[in-house]
Design a protein around this ligand. Structure first.
Ligand code: SAH
Length: 234
């Protein structure tokens, strides 16, 4: 578990004798989400299920959406962006086969929720967000919730060469094509999970094996577009 205790972070004071501390108010909602939206649809990776049970998703959505934080849907997070539906976060994490000790890169930090789910499994998580305000807010939110994630504002197209190679890379915005720098930064045996396409998008997994890259299409999805340098190639 890569989550520092909220007390260590000096953020939470739980009155003595109060069994229902603030982060646990939504525990039942999370259990219902895991059973009803994830296990029922075939998510079986115990690391993923434990992380989804553990991460307080409501802390990553705007306050006026707290009541819908665990619903089976994406939600707006401001600046035209969205936090993905819980099932999609779980599926991408499962497809990336993230394990403790893995070095993982996320492109598209958004709210920071997917990064928190990754950080609940491994302590080497890097995330890049192109909108500077979202990067700053997500970085602060992750730190306040006790997750150790390196967040950088910038274009994820170029990856994070200083921290490469990565065991897993997750792209949470749809790219017209797979950015070559991200494939280059995959470790041997590494997995890249990315929605590819315009209009019609497909979630795809690229696995580097023996120097070659093998592609596996998974299912149709709908993500906000990846912007920046990936569009210059068009
Ligand atoms: N993973 C996020 C949801 C991401 S929405 C979460 O858990 O909340 C997609 C995000 O990708 C948006 O915040 C968008 O600004 C960002 N994005 C789009 N193009 C990008 C790029 N080239 N580099 C980095 N981030 C990008």
């Amino acid at each position: 578990m890569r989550r520092l205790s909220a007390l260590t972070a000096g953020l939470l004071v739980v009155p003595a004798g109060n069994a229902c501390s603030a982060p646990d108010r939504y525990r039942e909602a999370r259990e219902a989400m895991v059973a009803g939206q994830l296990e029922s649809r075939g998510i079986g990776d115990r690391w993923v299920l434990d992380a989804m049970r553990d991460v307080p998703r409501h802390l990553f959505v705007p306050a006026h959406h707290h009541s819908r934080a665990y619903a089976d849907q994406p939600l707006p997070i401001g600046r035209g962006q969205t936090i993905s539906q819980p099932y999609i976060v779980a599926l991408m994490t499962e497809l990336a086969e993230v394990r403790p000790g893995d070095r993982v890169l996320e492109i598209g930090t958004g709210s920071g929720y997917q990064a928190a789910v990754l950080a609940a499994i491994t302590d080497e998580v890097y995330s890049i967000e192109i909108i500077p305000e979202l990067a700053a807010e997500a970085g602060a939110r992750l730190a306040a919730a006790g997750y150790e994630v390196e967040v950088r504002a910038g274009d994820g197209y170029l990856g994070w060469p200083e921290a490469a190679p990565f065991d897993a890379i997750l792209v949470t915005a749809a790219a017209p094509r797979v950015p070559q720098p991200l494939l280059d930064q995959l470790a041997e045996g590494g997995r890249l999970v990315i929605p590819v396409g315009e209009g019609f998008q497909q979630l795809e997994v690229y696995r580097k094996q023996g120097g070659a890259v093998e592609r596996q299409p998974v299912l149709p999805v709908r993500f906000v577009p990846m912007v920046g340098q990936v569009r210059d190639e068009e």
